[in-house]
Structure formats: structure tokens, C-alpha cells
Design a protein around this ligand. Structure first.
Ligand SMILES: Cc1ncc(COP(=O)(O)O)c(C=O)c1O
Length: 418
């Protein structure tokens, strides 16, 4: 319902486009992680602005729910978060892009995932008091970051072992690896092969009395596959070594591409945008840039106040849908930078015009309807939900509330623009 203006009853009070984040959904999703990884330490992956949900507030809400480890990718993300969260552990997963600024990494007590000896050599002289913990990344199948060996782990790992023996100020907190295909149902054997290679590294470190304090393996789909528990091969260490899990997508309530499903997650984000104009156009009329949609009948059009400049993928042109009071309305023509058009003829013809009146909000992404899921957008836009969520731009304010009940327009903050 459009809200009445407090001072001018004839005026319409539209909500600007905004993403509303539900504490209830976050608590539910975190509970799902905990149920699947009962004894593990949760490293909440909040890189890339918490997958578009807003990093600072996400960390604050998670900290209130008992999470004390956070995963980011870049030094800048780490420093930004450290200023807001002086106490919690902040792990940098993005590789050695901090190498030129290693002094800042140490000063801000950020924990890097190390993948080259040269990174350790840069760090060692900077740690002049106390100890500095690092994670060591093992490449077991991604061919991305991490220490890699073809057949014999020992010769490859030995220089690292010698480094730790000679530099007691640098401590091995965790051995980390990352699944390449845990979200694909048929990839169990690859996951197992990755685990087997990982346990080789564990054995080598164990043999040299350098067992890390933690094993860090499972992303969301790894957790859903059962790797949030001590797996075969390293269960014997469970009383000495803490298991870390690193969920991202799961916390945001989104199922991945070929997901391994668990108890249903709740989408954290509800993205709404206002109807900023309405008009009835004649049959034969073209809609939006390039006139890719020609109206086959007289058509009632609602213009929505969001576009690809806000993160609505242009690939949703002529095919995506928005949700108006539980029913889908089809996008007509191309998505523009700040606006796009939808067909609301059915509402008007059914005498439900009030639902599509100027100033009303429609749902772009949110709970309760398959067409408004990030996975459905991703399918239509030939991408993955990660890219959909991280693509929501800074001009869309993110606002937290207990659930997804619509907010008063006055409660939607202006976004901080550069
Ligand atoms: C190293 C690492 N761990 C964990 C995650 C979290 O993955 P997901 O969002 O699938 O849980 C990511 C995400 O890209 C990652 O790069």
C-alpha cells in the first residue's frame, strides 16, 4: 500500500528502491549452518560487500549471533572491517595482492591465506613482537590459489615446514583448501579426491610436529554435503584440531546452481522498487530502447524505478519478472540504466489497479516466489546468483529489520554515494 504523506494527503509517498535484510532470515540460515556443522567454527564469508548485502552491518548482525571469524578477499576490505570490528578474526582469502602493503596487513592483524613461500618471507621481518598467525592454502583441485604438487607432497611442503621451524613468530593456524565442484550433485568423487590430497598435507605437517590448529575446508555446498563434520582421513585429529567452515551463499539464504539442498534456507534480501509511472499504450506500440517489445494489444505499463545501474541485469530484458502481490509481471523491452517497464494489464483489467498504482512497490528479488529468486535471475541472465547479488550497486540502500515486513518510506536511508 502506498503510504499517506504526513503533511499532504493528496501527495504520494513512494519508497525508493532498497534492499531490506531480515534478521529472522539470517538467524535461520546461520542455524542451518550450525545444524550441518555442529562443532565447527564458522568463518562467515562477507567478501565483496557481503555478497552485495553490505559488509559492515552483516558483520555486526553475525557477531550478535555469536560469529567471531570473517572472510574477506582484499586488504582494503580487511582494513575497513577491522576499523568496525576490532576484536574478531578477519581472514584474507584473495591471494597475495597485499604483498606491496604487508606492513598494513600485520598492523591491522589480518590473517592471510598464504600460498607462496615469498609471502612468508615478506611477513617474517615485520613481526617483531609476539606471534602472527597465518593460514596455508593447499590447491587440491581448483588450480587457482594454493600449494600444488603432482605426486609427492613432502618435497613441495618441506620449504614451508622449514620456514615455520625457523620462524616461530609466524604460526600455522590453519590448513585451508577449497572445493571446485561441491555444488554439482554428481561431483562426490572429485570432492573425495580433493579431501584425499588434503589429508596428504595434513600427514606431512603432522609428521613434522606442525599440525595446524584448524582445518578449513567447506564452503556452503561443502557444508551441505557433510564436510562440516570431521571426515574420513582426518577424524583421528578431531580432539586436537578445530574444524572451520566457510559459508557464504548459505548465510544469504541462496541455493547454488546445482545445489545440494538442505532444510530450506530463507533469502536474506528482499529487493523492492517503486512504480514511478503508469500509462496505457496502444496495440502496436514499441517499448524501451530498440523497440524489442511490440505490444500485441492495448497494454497497461508500469515503469519501475530501478535499472541496470542498480544491478538489475540487462539480460532480464523481455524475459524477467517482478512480483506484485504474489503474482509475476513480465518485463517488457530492454532494461534501462535507471528504469524498466512491466506489463500490469491483468491487474487493471481485473479491477486491482490499486496494487499497481503510482508509488506502489514491486518485488524484484525476495522470498515467496520462484520468479524472484536470485537463482532464477541468474538462470535468465546466464550467470550465477553470486554475480547477481554482488552486482547490486551502491545506490541501492540496504536496510536491516526484524523480518521482511515493508518499511515506512521514512525508514529507508539515503545510500552513501562517492
Ligand atoms: C575460499 C572460499 N571459501 C569459501 C567461499 C564461500 O563459498 P559459498 O558462497 O559457495 O559458500 C568462497 C567463495 O567464493 C571462497 O572463495
Amino acid at each position: 500500500m502506498v503510504q499517506p504523506h504526513p503533511k499532504n494527503k493528496k501527495a504520494i509517498l513512494a519508497q525508493p528502491t532498497h534492499v531490506q535484510l531480515s534478521r529472522k532470515a539470517l538467524a535461520h540460515n546461520l542455524k542451518c549452518v550450525r545444524q550441518n556443522a555442529p562443532k565447527a567454527n564458522i568463518v562467515a564469508m562477507i567478501k565483496s560487500n557481503a555478497y552485495g548485502h553490505g559488509m559492515g552491518m552483516m558483520a555486526q548482525e553475525l557477531a550478535a549471533l555469536g560469529v567471531s571469524s570473517f572472510g574477506v578477499a582484499t586488504l582494503a576490505e580487511g582494513i575497513h572491517l577491522r576499523r568496525q570490528r576490532p576484536e574478531e578474526e578477519i581472514i584474507l582469502f584473495g591471494g597475495a595482492s597485499w604483498l606491496g602493503q604487508a606492513e598494513a596487513l600485520v598492523r591491522h592483524r589480518l590473517t592471510p591465506v598464504i600460498t607462496h613461500l615469498s609471502e612468508l618471507e615478506v611477513l617474517a621481518p615485520l613481526v617483531t613482537t609476539g606471534t602472527f598467525g597465518i593460514h596455508l592454502g593447499i590447491d587440491t583441485g581448483m588450480s587457482r590459489l594454493g600449494i600444488y604438487w603432482e605426486s609427492q607432497p613432502e618435497p613441495v611442503l618441506m620449504p614451508f615446514i622449514e620456514f615455520f621451524q625457523n620462524h616461530p613468530q609466524i604460526t600455522l593456524e590453519a590448513l585451508a583448501t577449497h572445493f571446485a565442484k561441491a555444488d554439482e550433485k554428481s561431483a562426490q568423487s572429485l570432492c573425495e579426491a580433493q579431501m584425499a590430497q588434503y589429508t596428504q598435507a595434513v600427514s606431512v605437517f603432522n609428521a613434522h610436529n606442525l599440525l595446524p590448529k584448524r582445518f578449513s575446508i567447506a564452503n556452503s555446498s561443502g557444508v551441505l554435503r557433510g564436510y562440516g563434520k570431521y571426515a574420513k582421513g582426518f577424524a583421528e585429529h578431531q580432539f586436537r584440531v578445530q574444524l572451520d567452515v566457510r559459508p557464504g551463499l548459505m548465510l544469504y539464504g541462496i541455493e547454488s546452481r546445482d545445489e545440494v539442498k538442505s532444510s530450506p534456507l530463507m533469502p536474506l534480501a528482499h529487493w523492492r522498487a517503486p512504480i514511478v509511472a503508469r500509462k496505457r499504450v496502444k496495440q502496436g506500440r514499441a517499448v524501451s530502447y530498440g523497440g524489442t517489445h511490440i505490444c500485441q494489444k492495448d497494454t497497461e505499463i508500469a515503469v519501475i524505478g530501478a535499472g541496470y545501474g542498480d544491478g538489475v541485469p540487462r539480460l532480464l530484458s523481455d524475459r524477467g519478472k517482478v512480483i506484485i502481490n504474489s503474482k509475476p509481471a513480465v518485463i517488457l523491452g530492454r532494461v534501462c540504466m535507471d528504469l524498466f517497464m512491466v506489463d500490469v494489464t491483468d491487474w487493471v483489467d481485473a479491477g486491482e489497479g490499486a496494487e499497481v498504482a503510482l508509488g506502489e512497490s514491486v518485488t524484484l528479488l525476495g522470498p515467496g516466489h520462484a520468479d524472484s529468486m536470485a537463482t532464477e535471475w541468474a538462470r535468465l541472465a546466464q550467470t550465477i546468483p553470486y554475480e547477481i547479488m554482488t552486482g547490486i550497486t551502491t545506490r541501492v540502500p540496504r536496510v536491516w529489520s526484524d523480518d521482511h515486513q515493508p518499511l515506512a518510506a521514512a525508514d529507508i536511508p539515503l545510500p552513501a554515494l562517492e
